[in-house]
Design a protein around this ligand. Structure first.
Ligand code: HEM
Length: 216
């Protein structure tokens, strides 16, 4: 890889997935082993296959998806980019759909606030829709549009990583993670930050393109 950004971007995105990867691995270990069921983890034991599908798809999506953002890697390994891209659509859709399933069927958690259910519904539906629009765009051979929808979907998915940082101020200030409304705000902020960053990135790319077109 020649340019610094070719490996810095994937590395940064993989680091962002690190805490969800660890959390997911612990949860799968708990479900696979003979760990005792407690009021805190009981909901996960009611649908282990959904939880395991969610965690595995989300984590593969996060890690493999990170390499799609390296321009150098993309150019050198176009076949890989296409094959993995197809897989990522399936993983991204499964991540969003299983997330929606848990949102709908898991009981309300005492530490969640009143808005988290609706926020998760919106995020899950928009994330799934981004992948469907990406499929439509690729079928129409509109590669730019396809990339834009995949970026939007991935940014929402990576909200799980950004949420680690949006929870951090509470942990530092009060010694424990936020609960109730404060938790809803921290969760929503993670998704919102990523959505804003990706829209800024898409806007900047479009601006660069129109600048280059004006020069020719
Ligand atoms: C690629 C992105 C995603 C990653 C990396 C991810 C990661 C995880 C992990 C590791 C867990 C297990 C948490 C635990 O064991 O306590 C989990 C649970 C969950 N996820 Fe995701 N997730 C992603 C996307 C989504 C989306 C888009 C939604 C929204 C619909 C969602 C909704 C949920 C719900 C409702 C739970 C159960 C939470 C609970 O009951 O405590 N996830 N996710």
């Amino acid at each position: 890889m020649s340019k610094k950004s070719d490996w810095l971007i994937p590395l940064g995105l993989i680091l962002l997935c690190l805490v969800p990867i660890l959390g997911g691995a612990v949860r799968i270990g708990e479900l696979a082993g003979n760990k005792s069921i407690t009021p805190q983890n009981a909901r996960f034991f009611t649908a282990p296959s959904v939880v395991i599908t969610h965690v595995v798809c989300s984590l593969v999506y996060g890690v493999l998806g990170a390499f799609q953002f390296s321009r150098g890697f993309r150019r050198r390994c176009m076949q890989w980019h296409r094959r993995v891209g197809t897989l990522l659509i399936a993983f991204g859709l499964l991540s969003a759909l299983t997330g929606l399933w848990m949102t709908q069927f898991f009981p309300h958690v005492a530490t969640d606030g009143p808005a988290l259910y609706s926020i998760r519904l919106v995020v899950g539906i928009v994330m799934a829709a981004c992948h469907i629009f990406a499929i439509v765009a690729i079928r129409e051979k509109n590669f730019r549009q396809h990339g834009t929808w995949m970026m939007r979907g991935y940014a929402l998915g990576m909200g799980a990583g950004t949420q680690v940082f949006t929870h951090l101020p509470w942990v530092i200030a009060f010694g424990s993670p936020p609960t109730d409304w404060e938790r809803d705000i921290a969760m929503a902020a993670g998704w919102l930050i990523n959505a804003l960053v990706v829209e800024w990135f898409i806007w900047r790319k479009a601006l660069n393109r129109s600048f280059l077109a004006a020069q020719h």
